[in-house]
Design a protein around this ligand. Structure first.
Ligand code: PEP
Length: 251
């Protein structure tokens, strides 16, 4: 039985001192909510503080990106080994903001995914269609192709450490949300693609989150859908009360 995973994506928000205060506040609020996994994906400079603050709680810590090389001449970049050594458990890869603003492609998403998995990180792999693709009726083809390209050469064993976050780009940070039916249907298409690539059991086991303006008001309905196994949450993950309401809905 797959577990719901509720992950916050803080983007470029929160300093280390704000991180410490946030987790100190959140920990008692989500205590005992163990039916879902709770992850906070935070800026690189906040990770060490987050790991320390989350010790002894049910909150896990993730990064928002990782470089695809194991080490080398990549000024300003962060490797998977660096993340691992400071206690990072998860990493978001392929977020639409990275695809849109930083030239991320399915090829680099695939490289980063393989490097992160090799280092023992759990990957939250983001994919989803842009508005024009949904309007053109090609969402299924787009997410299916992204799933195939982003997971190329990822073994069935390594897939156990991959969560897919279906994030329609038109819904991220816009206040527009996919309807529960749209989220369920497209997460279902991704699951069917996993079945083709890795078999029925892998498709049954993989966690597929929905992301895109999920909040304390709409989480329950979205999470009730059979193919939606949690959420990747941006804006609403920056407030402990809103985030806790989402965790409660998943739990
Ligand atoms: C995200 O950053 O992945 C996201 C879904 O953001 P928001 O919840 O703000 O739309």
């Amino acid at each position: 039985m797959r577990k719901n995973v509720i992950a916050g994506n803080w983007k470029m928000n929160m300093t280390p001192s704000e991180t410490k205060a946030f987790i100190t506040d959140l920990a008692p609020m989500v205590k005992g909510m163990d039916k879902c996994d709770i992850v906070l994906c935070v800026p690189f400079v906040d990770i060490a503080t987050a790991v320390e603050a989350a010790k002894g709680t049910n909150i896990h810590v993730g990064a928002e990106n990782v470089h695809f090389a194991e080490s080398g001449a990549y000024t300003g970049e962060i490797s998977a080994a660096m993340l691992k050594e400071i206690g990072t458990e998860y990493v978001v890869i392929g977020h639409s903001e990275r695809r849109q603003y930083f030239g991320e492609t399915d090829a680099t998403v695939n490289l980063r995914t393989k490097t992160a998995l090799k280092a023992g990180l759990k990957v939250i792999l983001c994919l989803g269609e842009v508005k024009e693709q949904r309007l053109a009726g090609i969402t299924d083809e787009v997410v299916s192709m992204q799933t195939k390209l982003d997971l190329a050469e990822v073994s069935a064993e390594d897939l156990k450490n991959v969560i897919i976050a279906y994030e329609p780009v038109w819904a991220i940070g816009t206040g527009l949300t996919a309807t529960p039916e749209q989220a369920d249907e497209t997460c279902g298409v991704i699951r069917a693609t996993i079945a083709k690539l890795y078999g029925a059991q892998a498709a049954e086991d993989i966690t597929i989150q929905y992301g895109g303006s999920m909040n304390d008001g709409n989480a329950k309905e979205l999470l009730a859908k059979v193919n939606v196994d949690g959420g990747l949450i941006g804006g609403a993950s920056l407030k402990t009360d809103k985030f806790t309401t989402i965790v409660k809905a998943a739990n």
